[in-house]
Design a protein around this ligand. Structure first.
Ligand SMILES: *Cc1c(COP(=O)(O)O)cnc(C)c1O
Length: 395
């Protein structure tokens, strides 16, 4: 019995310690963690380089509010601009808030700077953009909206990779298009490059803002700093969160210089946004990714992981597809995978879902080849047992 709202399922395990790709529970059992706190722990658990910088910061100053100049915040903004090709950054505390900032900026820019009545945000079915009222409305999944009406106006969700629908949906009131280049929570669906190029062209032709939600795909997850960098597109706005702070709650919205007048003095804000501790963690995270050449490592390990998965489990009956980019991998089955997650946990491997039938792997970016081999070994045994159980229960 505890006094938490039952918004989450009962915890799979009770972790007390983490290090790198590993977690330990209160009984001392070790688990290989391929969830990374849902794509948050790019450097694994308790990375020493981040810990060192945050400990130094803890001795100095933690929080002042944004009424004062925050040196690590400025440095992190500059670093994010450098690696993304964006020009201006606003700090928030989560992915939903980063998207909320993007939606607000798009509308305010259209309405106050461009002086036209544009407010509509076009999003896509199976997308996920967060749990605030605006971002759950932007999310293309009915289950997150149930019971929360009335929802904010000016959002429409259309099928992914359907350029005709997009063309027909765009109107004089469209302010922006918001999308994930690889849908994460929706099942690990990488977008077709041709479709994305056409989306960008439509956005340019109609003078609509192109906003990319990089909350899950960003910070090296796919083998480049940001997912959009795999594609021939240049967004106007991107949003960042999960992997940025190594577990410290931080979100960011980055935009091109043209949007500067959209967010003028006093138009948006956050008490905690970008404080000393979280931006220090963010900077240390980006520096460590750079120092250890982890983008290259993600490409090599991602190829290896997908190759080994195909080889070791590709022939199991009921398996539909293995897909993804870098270390963001989905394995789709014909049946729900909840039982497989439990079996793998008992064998010492922690995994995620992305929708009922998709097993999702998000190991830390610095995962080793040996850890991948170990994970595949456990996964294979777990699938054997899982399909055996399924067979028994279906007789
Ligand atoms: C997780 C996620 C969000 C929401 O982030 P929170 O930090 O939980 O608010 C938004 N967009 C995408 C693509 C995500 O994966």
């Amino acid at each position: 019995m505890n006094q938490l709202f039952p918004t989450y399922p009962k915890g799979l395990i009770h972790p007390v310690k983490g290090e790198g790709s590993w977690l330990w529970d209160e009984k001392g059992h070790a688990y290989l963690d391929f969830t990374s706190g849902i794509g948050v722990l790019q450097l694994g658990h308790v990375p020493q380089e981040v810990k060192q910088k945050v400990m130094e910061q803890l001795e100095m100053i933690w929080h002042t509010s944004n009424l004062f100049e925050i040196e690590p915040q400025i440095q992190l903004a500059n670093k994010l601009a450098e690696i993304s090709g964006m020009d201006l950054v606003f700090f928030a505390n989560s992915g939903a808030e980063a998207n909320e900032a993007a939606i607000k900026l798009a509308r305010r820019y259209q309405q106050l700077v461009k002086k036209r009545n544009r407010y509509q945000i076009i999003t896509f079915n199976q997308s996920f953009h967060g749990r605030t009222l605006a971002t759950l409305t932007a999310t293309g999944q009915a289950k997150v909206k149930e019971g929360f009406g009335p929802l904010p106006e000016g959002f429409v969700s259309i099928p992914y990779e359907d350029i005709k629908q997009l063309e027909q949906t765009i109107s004089d009131h469209t302010a922006a298009i918001l999308l994930e280049v690889i849908q994460g929570e929706g099942g690990i669906h990488p977008a077709e490059p041709d479709w994305l190029a056409e989306v960008e062209k439509l956005a340019r032709d109609h003078d609509i803002l192109l906003m990319i939600d990089e909350v899950q795909t960003g910070i090296g997850r796919t083998g480049k700093w940001f997912g959009f960098q795999h594609y021939p597109i240049q967004p106007d706005i991107i949003t960042i969160a999960k992997g940025l702070g190594s577990g410290f709650p931080i979100g960011a919205m980055a935009a091109k210089a043209e949007l500067r007048e959209g967010f003028t003095l006093g138009s948006h804000g956050s008490t905690f946004g970008g404080n000393f501790l979280v931006t220090t963690a963010g900077l240390a995270t980006l520096e460590a990714i750079e120092k250890h050449n982890l983008l290259e490592h993600v490409n090599v390990m991602g190829d290896y992981l997908r190759h080994q998965l195909q080889r070791e489990i590709g022939d199991f009956p009921q398996l539909k597809e293995i897909r993804g980019k870098g270390l963001m991998i989905g394995i789709e089955w014909e049946i729900p995978v909840a039982d497989l997650i439990r079996i793998a946990k008992d064998q010492g491997l922690l995994l995620l879902t992305a929708g009922p039938n998709v097993l999702r792997l998000l190991p830390p970016l610095n995962v080793s080849k040996e850890e991948i081999d170990q994970a595949i070994d456990i996964l294979k045994r777990s699938i054997d047992r899982w399909l055996e159980n399924e067979k028994k229960s279906s007789i």
